[in-house]
Write a protein that binds this ligand. Structure first.
Ligand SMILES: C[S@@+](CC[C@H](N)C(=O)[O-])C[C@H]1O[C@@H](n2cnc3c(N)ncnc32)[C@H](O)[C@@H]1O
Length: 287
């Protein structure tokens, strides 16, 4: 059974098992989780027995800070506990704390912990960025922190909503992640700059879907470069799959599968479902 580290935009936790079944991942698979974000696919693969040594996570955003620390074993639960202890005990005070934390520079060593706390409290799991200046990390982009909510007599939502999971829960999730993925490979940079792997590798690619918002890069500009990289992996003989709401140009109908549906827009609003598609990517777009 897989789990989510924290909410993240475009996260695939709910679809991970369907995706891994479809691409036939088993204990002997060599898997690249490219544009891995919160690592739902890598976590689910490790949970079903793929050894971390066979898993590569590629992510250029701030999750890369977290994954680099996790994979190398530098992520220290004792240090993380210190970060958790520094948080205000009352959830009502967490929003202001997180907003301030976002504005403060932190050391490279502390960045994976701080990132994970900020991301865990980010409203709807929205992404933000970071910049490294020497040994210091500064958080960039816009950051909206979730707010503590207590229902009034007239509110539609009848239960209180926390800003983020409790400290003990976050510690449990990070410990489980260390158990599952310590020792995997992490490439913390632009996927398009990574030499494509060979025929022994299954590449799962989850780029920001064109036109989607909530990431720190322009998805329309990024997408064609990432698509080109995916095709170069297929040319090299790797088995390549990608997620999307729409099939990529030139992908044949028989190479596209629905793996579930997700609601459009924010939580709690009754909006139609979008289909989450998985598609096989070949070396050339078929016409
Ligand atoms: C849809 S999200 C991935 C969600 C992920 N599958 C999960 O379950 O959390 C897309 C991710 O691609 C990353 N990304 C965008 N452009 C990239 C690039 N050129 N190279 C590597 N990662 C990239 C973003 O930072 C973001 O984390």
């Amino acid at each position: 059974m897989t789990f989510s580290l924290c909410r993240y935009r475009g996260q695939k936790t709910r679809f991970a098992d369907a995706i891994l079944d479809r691409i036939e991942v088993n204990g002997s698979t060599v898997l690249w989780d490219a544009c891995a974000g919160s690592g739902a696919i890598a976590l689910a693969a490790a949970a079903r027995g793929v050894p971390p040594a066979q898993i590569t996570i590629i992510e250029q955003g701030s999750w890369g800070l977290f994954w680099t620390a996790m994979a190398s074993g530098a992520f220290d639960p004792t240090r993380f506990q210190q970060h958790l202890d520094a948080m205000p005990p009352a959830q009502q005070d967490v929003t202001a704390y997180m907003k301030r934390l976002f504005t403060l520079p932190c050391s490279l060593v502390d960045a994976p912990y701080t990132f994970f706390l900020l991301q865990s409290a980010s409203v709807h799991g929205s992404a933000f960025g970071h910049q490294v200046e020497g040994d210091t990390v500064r958080w960039t982009g816009s950051y909206s922190c979730a707010k503590y909510f207590t229902p009034t007599e007239t509110s539609v939502r009848r239960y209180p909503t926390r800003v983020m999971p409790l400290a003990a829960e976050l510690m449990k999730r990070t410990r489980r992640t260390l158990e599952l993925l310590r020792g995997c490979a992490v490439i913390h940079r632009d996927v398009a700059s990574v030499p494509p792997p060979g025929p022994d590798t299954v590449v799962y690619l989850d780029p920001p879907y064109p036109g989607t918002k909530g990431y720190s890069t322009d998805t329309q500009v990024e997408f064609p470069r990432i698509e080109k990289w995916a095709r170069s992996c297929a040319t090299n003989g790797a088995r390549v799959y990608a997620s999307g709401y729409e099939a990529w140009k030139g992908v044949q109908e028989e190479d596209v599968w629905s793996v579930g549906g997700s609601r459009m827009g924010g939580a709690g609003k009754a909006k139609p479902k979008r289909q989450e598609l998985l598609m096989r990517i070949c070396s050339k777009a078929k016409v």
